[in-house]
Ligand binder design. Structure first.
Ligand code: AMP
Ligand code: MG
Length: 481
């Protein structure tokens, strides 16, 4: 038994939501990386499947698969577009031994009816990038889709140069996007919209169907849940220094998982204006703009939901407007709680905010490394921090220590908490690049070592905490490859 237990509840939605699509067979599938831990969680037979690249290349279908490409739209850099899975197919929903449901999707497995001008393919490097960063995010405790495997297809893909083709197997709580709602709201009927919302509620927020909620506006509560999950998620990104890079509404999952790792990267030196993506010339999705981009996307989500919120459009708009304001409360609370934890603050005081802002300001002015500055505060000798190489840093340190001494738990009470909230190891850009360059040349050991270090981010792995040389700063990422 290979362990596949695939169901197809999404395919029971009206046909407008998807098209049946067999993946394109790859000529010479070859396994590059297989996630044994995730395979076990999914209830898959590791020994059989780690040697079955043809399954993860789409050349052979796992038992019970009924592949489909999903339809969706999205606001891309503010502009509405019809999109859909242009290079991905959903094999089905795997039911785990503990009864959970996960989408299993092949990305890079050939053209679909939604491919537009694209070739339906993916190159090795970006697929490995998604594997590395999504697994790092998982280890950091940030909600995310995960990666089960990357295989080479044996086929070249043509980009600016000729590259090796690859397929990534992505595992997600679902692939329902904010853009899936735009799609049905614009191209479908109100009945279709209601069916998608009901399906999403059953899949992600089943408690809203409980009789306790029957007198309440179910779709408004659904919106509230998505707002809360996104506010929490984006606060987590900010706290860890993650820049998604392409926060279009088609790349926002209603499950609250980080999805579609394209030109994403982590901050080294703290600069709120950081943009990694080469196509984001206006800085729309810069680090500091992510919370606002989340709010903008959720406003577009609310617009798509209006017909469900109230029969009068005016009332629906009022309800949505009142509800979306909760985003900022959720976001600010999550961010402040996270920052307190990063600084070892157990006992809350109003002036905590000043302490946090002063630190961030110092880090920005002196271009201090975001991750290492926080991590060093909980080191046995916090004086090794890059922060204390600047004189203002000492003044801040005194204030911070006085604050911790004032709390009943003292300084020591905060240190353990800090170690759990300040990672030592993040997927630093120069390390990811080095792993990808080696992988392109057929050496996967650099990536394997990196993945191992990233799987324990709160333990300092020798060599993985160093900041990049100045020559590799101004890192740029490229998407659409
Ligand atoms: P992304 O930038 O990865 O979020 O993709 C935006 C849209 O472009 C989605 O609809 C993708 O399915 C589609 N897309 C990206 N790359 C390709 C490709 N090589 N072939 C076909 N469609 C693609
Ligand atoms: Mg996308």
């Amino acid at each position: 038994m290979d362990g596949w237990k695939l169901e197809h509840t999404y395919a029971a939605l009206p046909k407008i939501f998807y098209r049946c699509q067999t993946p394109t067979a790859a000529p010479a599938p070859e396994m590059v990386v297989f996630n044994q831990g995730l395979a076990q969680i999914l209830g898959l037979n590791v020994d059989q499947l780690k040697n079955a690249p043809e399954i993860f290349a789409g050349t052979e279908l796992p038992s019970g698969a009924k592949p489909i490409a999903q339809a969706y739209a999205g606001f891309q850099f503010g502009h509405f577009a019809m999109l859909g899975d242009g290079r991905a197919v959903l094999l089905g929903e795997q039911i785990t031994p503990d009864g959970r449901r996960f989408d299993v999707q092949l990305k890079g497995s050939g053209k679909t009816p939604y491919s537009r001008q694209g070739d339906g393919q993916a190159a090795l490097s970006p697929m490995l990038r998604e594997y590395i960063i999504s697994e790092a995010m998982f280890a950091l405790g940030i909600p995310t889709t995960r990666s089960l495997a990357v295989v080479l297809t044996g086929k070249n893909v043509i980009r600016e140069t000729v590259l090796q083709g690859a397929v990534l197997t992505r595992v997600a709580s679902s692939h329902i996007r904010v853009g899936t709602f735009h799609y049905i709201a614009v191209f479908g009927t109100e009945d279709g919209l209601r069916k998608l919302a009901d399906y999403s509620i059953r899949r992600h927020f089943p408690w809203l169907e409980h009789p306790d909620y029957q007198d309440q506006n179910k779709y408004l509560l659904f919106f509230r849940e998505v707002v809360r999950l996104q506010a929490d998620l984006i606060a987590k990104w900010q706290l860890v220094g993650f820049v998604h890079g392409v926060m279009n509404t088609d790349n926002m999952a209603i499950s609250g998982e980080t999805i579609d790792y394209g030109p994403c990267a982590f901050l080294d030196a703290y600069d709120p204006n950081t943009v990694f993506s080469s196509i984001d010339t206006a800085g729309r999705y810069a680090y500091k703009n992510q919370p606002m981009a989340g709010f903008w996307n959720l406003s577009r989500f609310a617009e798509s939901l209006l017909p469900l919120l109230h029969e009068s459009r005016e009332n629906a708009i009022n309800l949505a407007q009142r509800e979306i304001e909760t985003y900022w409360t959720c976001y600010n609370n999550a961010w402040l709680a996270g920052m307190r934890s990063k600084l070892g603050i157990v006992h809350e005081e109003p002036e905590d905010m000043d302490l946090i802002e002063e630190l961030l300001d110092l880090m920005e002015r002196h271009q201090l490394d975001y991750t290492n500055t926080f991590r060093a505060l909980s080191a046995p000798d916090p004086n090794v921090s890059p922060l204390f190489e600047v004189s203002e840093g000492h003044l801040w340190q005194k204030k911070w220590q006085a604050k911790l001494n004032r709390q009943p738990q003292g300084i020591n009470g905060g240190v353990e908490r800090m170690k759990q909230h300040n990672p030592a190891v993040i997927p630093r850009n120069h390390r990811v690049e080095e792993a990808l360059i080696a992988a392109e040349l057929g050496d996967f050991s650099v990536m394997d070592n990196l993945l191992h270090a990233l799987s324990k981010p709160y333990e300092a792995s020798e060599g993985y905490t160093a900041t990049p040389e100045p020559t590799v700063c101004n890192y740029k990422t490229f998407c659409g490859t």
